[in-house]
Write a protein that binds this ligand. Structure first.
Ligand code: G3P
Ligand code: CA
Length: 241
């Protein structure tokens, strides 16, 4: 097992390309990921399973909003997924192929920092096994709203970001730290006091989804080490004191 990797080199302030950088490219498209890799931004993936257990990259639990097809992701066959395309976000744009987790790991693994999220609970084992099989434990940051999923990744020596919608208690922050979790992901609307308490417990706060320079400044000042943003190109150009 590698002892250090891309995740260990990450320096604050950092800008994770949320859904690949959805301000400029179709969500989770290879076009988005290529642009992120070129610019050196950590790239987010939302990971869910198809009906046959294939891990794929899509945010919503249904195909309807972002894809040319319809239906619940967990009910789609691989053949249906392969036939669907990601809708363009600009008039006249071409629909593009959706991505499987393995395509992303094979292309970027060990070369660019990936930040996959265990989006559906049942994707936990497939995601962790895919990372361990490729010896990419230190080249990714695994995130999840499911605490047990985050702890399971941490147990494999994978740097882990636990997401929560509410402000956890000090005891919960302390438990997360002692369970091996490195980062705490939080909604930018939570009070700065929660960010300070996370830092005090030894966690590194990362805010989502931060899309203006002013909002990023506020989060870094409160103690965030990084942000998820739809526009890392814009936010990374600003100065943060
Ligand atoms: O994973 C961080 C952030 O993306 C959480 O919100 O709904 O965009 O996955 P969501
Ligand atoms: Ca996400």
């Amino acid at each position: 097992t590698q002892s250090t990797g891309l995740a260990d080199k990450l320096q604050p302030p950092f800008f994770i390309a949320h859904r690949g950088g959805a301000a400029r490219y179709p969500e989770h498209s290879m076009e988005a990921y290529d642009a992120d890799a070129k610019a050196g931004f950590p790239i987010e993936q939302d990971v869910q399973l198809l009906k046959d257990g294939t891990p794929v990259i899509i945010h919503d639990s249904t195909a309807d909003r972002t894809m040319t097809g319809h239906g619940k992701v967990k009910d789609l066959t691989l053949a249906q997924w392969e036939k669907m395309r990601i809708k363009p976000i600009k008039p006249g744009g071409k629909p593009v192929k959706p991505l499987q987790l393995k395509e992303v790991l094979d292309k970027f693994g060990g070369k660019h920092l990936l930040v996959p999220e265990i989006k559906s609970k049942d994707a936990k084992n497939a995601l962790i096994e895919s990372i361990v099989k490729r010896d990419l434990q230190r080249d990714v940051i695994v995130q999840s709203f499911y605490y047990e999923a985050a702890v399971a990744a941490a147990a494999k020596d994978i740097p882990t970001l636990w997401l929560s919608s509410d402000a956890p208690s000090d005891d919960k922050f302390k438990a997360a730290k002692s369970d091996g979790i490195t980062y705490w992901g939080y909604d930018e609307s939570l009070p700065p006091d929660a960010v300070k308490r996370a830092v005090h417990a030894g966690l590194k706060p990362v805010a989502w989804t931060v899309n203006t320079v002013g909002d990023a400044r506020r989060q870094f000042k409160a103690g965030a080490v990084g942000v998820f943003t739809n526009n890392p190109w814009k936010l990374s150009k600003a100065h943060y004191g």
